[in-house]
Design a protein. Structure first.
Length: 291
């Protein structure tokens, strides 16, 4: 049985909003879990966002040029997989009234336990002191509304994998192998993380996890984060398209007498080849020089 699932923007670190610079899928496409679906750009780097599950794209909620924040809807997919328990379904503009829930149908016992398996039950005074009541239904409501949610194994596994892919993408985008002068392949970064037994906490901010990952990777693979300076000379006809993705890294620029646009940018080393390729795609007559 197919189900409709929303794909929302995961935690991408300490950014209020970021620009959507590329959408890698279209309506009707079949996407696989961890396949990149959009590309975002901050003032420091670009990053690709992977799909958290497989399915067929049925709706795109964003377009190139939009700004998105943590939790924003990216797209909707139709998946044949069974939804994970506790996973939210897409919201609709007009919802049917939610049926009343009888807690008695869901409680395994009418007692409060410290450890049900071990037979450890608190005293009535302890229950009263903690909850202000001994009514089991009032206590159940408090736990549901204010208690911490325990994730299923599959839910936590999916969150860890999605956050790990974001870590890998961030390092791939911002660092290079200082000998080869090129970004490390994502597979190499992932294998090095596995070798280091790096533990991904899905509830930590992305920027914190990236710093921790870099610390454990440095003894295993060479990483250089020294910014790269690149000079571009682009025919005036290509200015609009090129400036759109070069502007965040711009150091200085000027218009030349022949109508060409010249600029110098400073960017993370892992992004240099990508930016050069984009400029060549805008106008193959562009001149490029690393400084």
């Amino acid at each position: 049985m197919s189900t409709t699932k929303n794909v929302n923007l995961p935690d991408i670190g300490d950014f209020d909003s970021v620009d959507v610079i590329e959408i890698l899928v279209k309506i009707g496409d079949l996407v696989k879990e961890n396949e990149s679906i959009i590309t975002l750009e901050t003032d420091k780097a670009t990053m690709e966002i992977p799909a958290p599950f497989s399915g067929k794209v049925t709706n795109l909620a964003i377009k190139v040029g939009d700004k998105v924040s943590h939790g924003d809807l990216i797209l909707t997919v139709e998946s044949d997989s069974v939804p994970v328990e506790g996973e939210s379904e897409p919201s609709a503009k007009s919802k049917e009234p939610e049926p009343e829930v009888n807690l008695d149908d869901f409680l395994a016992t009418d007692e409060v336990w410290n450890d049900a398996r071990g037979g450890d039950r608190p005293t009535g005074e302890a229950i009263e002191s903690t909850f202000g009541t001994q009514d089991i239904f009032e206590i159940a409501k408090m736990i549901l509304e204010k208690g911490s949610i325990q994730l299923t194994t599959n839910q936590r596994k999916d969150m860890v994998e999605q956050k790990k892919q974001l870590i890998i993408q961030e390092i791939h985008s911002t660092a290079i192998d200082p000998k080869a002068k090129t970004p490390h392949p994502k597979t190499r970064i992932e294998l090095a993380l596995e070798e280091s037994r790096f533990s991904v906490d899905p509830f930590k901010r992305l920027d914190v996890l990236v710093k921790e990952a870099i610390n454990v990777l440095k003894p295993l693979i060479p990483l250089s984060f020294e910014p790269v300076r690149i000079a571009f000379r682009i025919p005036g006809s290509g200015y609009g398209a090129a400036a759109k993705f070069l502007r965040p890294y711009l150091d200085k620029d000027e218009w030349l007498s022949n109508g060409d646009w010249a600029c110098i940018i400073e960017c993370p080393p892992g992004m240099a080849n990508s930016l050069i390729g984009k400029v060549k795609g805008v106008n193959s007559d562009s001149e490029i020089k690393e400084l």
